[in-house]
Design a protein around this ligand. Structure first.
Ligand SMILES: NC(=O)c1ccc[n+]([C@@H]2O[C@H](COP(=O)([O-])OP(=O)(O)OC[C@H]3O[C@@H](n4cnc5c(N)ncnc54)[C@H](O)[C@@H]3O)[C@@H](O)[C@H]2O)c1
Length: 251
């Protein structure tokens, strides 16, 4: 991964941060693009200190086209090019759909789906212009296929994101750019901590997940490093489910 430049959205913490660490551990240059600018800069500083690799934190709300364009432009000005984009920024408000304000629905779709469109189109144009291919990874969810009453907005955004990934794969293959998704299962981050740290829910994970534990952000990061590698050059348009076997179990 040396010489590779990786942009990860929403990487100041959680799955994006774990993914950033996995890429930095392989010697990659990482751009942490997060709407929390201070946290993005602090995380990039930590990455550079810990791994001795170049890293840059940029404040960027993925729903804002101008900010996305500025973020990609600053990456190119600083490091020369973009090899990999990880569309990770996402939210899950956990509100029952029948009580949901339309603005909440709109924001979920804007961040999880429209934000990935902006980032993918802008980064892919840069990759096409350079002419050396690229890798685009979309962090979806098991909710790309299954959902529940308090995650209808989330499921709609992630199902849409999966199809956006498939569609971009068809559009970008001719340029040597692959597009794939990673669907995380239950991963311990600030998004889900309130739920999984309750003793009864922790016990459920132990019993219900074949691997017997909750996922960590680095479980997703390792899959992302593989999909971004030269070894994955003929893989495009698929979802890799990283859930410790959870969704294959019927009971
Ligand atoms: N945690 C899980 O169990 C789980 C499971 C499946 C999928 N996912 C997906 O993984 C991704 C990361 O989730 P997480 O658990 O790490 O969440 P998290 O809440 O811990 O971190 C999300 C990060 O994204 C940033 N962010 C939010 N909105 C943004 C925006 N508009 N622009 C730029 N940055 C923004 C936040 O500032 C934060 O740093 C999301 O797409 C989420 O849907 C998470």
């Amino acid at each position: 991964m040396k010489e590779k430049v990786i942009i990860i959205t929403g990487a100041a913490k959680g799955i994006g941060w774990g993914t950033a660490r996995c890429f930095a551990a392989k010697g990659a240059t990482v751009v942490i693009a997060d709407m929390n600018e201070q946290a993005a800069e602090a995380s990039a500083h930590q990455l550079a200190t810990e791994y001795g690799t170049p890293a840059l934190g940029i404040g960027c709300d993925v729903t804002n086209r101008e900010q996305v364009e500025a973020m990609v432009q600053r990456t190119v000005e600083t490091f020369g090019h973009v090899d990999v984009l990880v569309n990770n920024a996402g939210i899950c408000p956990f509100v029952n759909v029948m009580e949901m304000e339309p603005a909440i629905w709109q924001r979920t779709i804007d961040v999880n789906l429209n934000g990935a469109f902006h980032c993918t189109q802008v980064a892919a144009r840069e990759m096409i212009q350079r002419g050396k291919g690229g890798r685009i990874i979309f962090i979806t969810s098991l909710a790309e296929n299954i959902t529940g009453p308090a995650q209808v907005d989330y499921g709609a955004s992630k199902g849409g994101l999966r199809m956006a990934m498939v569609g971009f794969a068809t559009a970008l293959g001719q340029y040597g750019i692959t597009c794939n998704a990673i669907a995380p299962g239950m991963i311990l981050t600030d998004m889900t901590r309130f739920h999984w740290e309750k003793p009864e829910n922790a016990a459920y994970i132990k019993k219900r997940v074949p691997m017997g534990r909750i996922g960590q952000p680095e479980d997703i990061g390792k899959a992302a490093v593989f999909l971004a590698s030269d070894d994955a050059e003929y893989i495009s348009g698929i979802t890799v489910r990283v859930d410790g076997g959870y969704q294959t179990r019927a009971d």
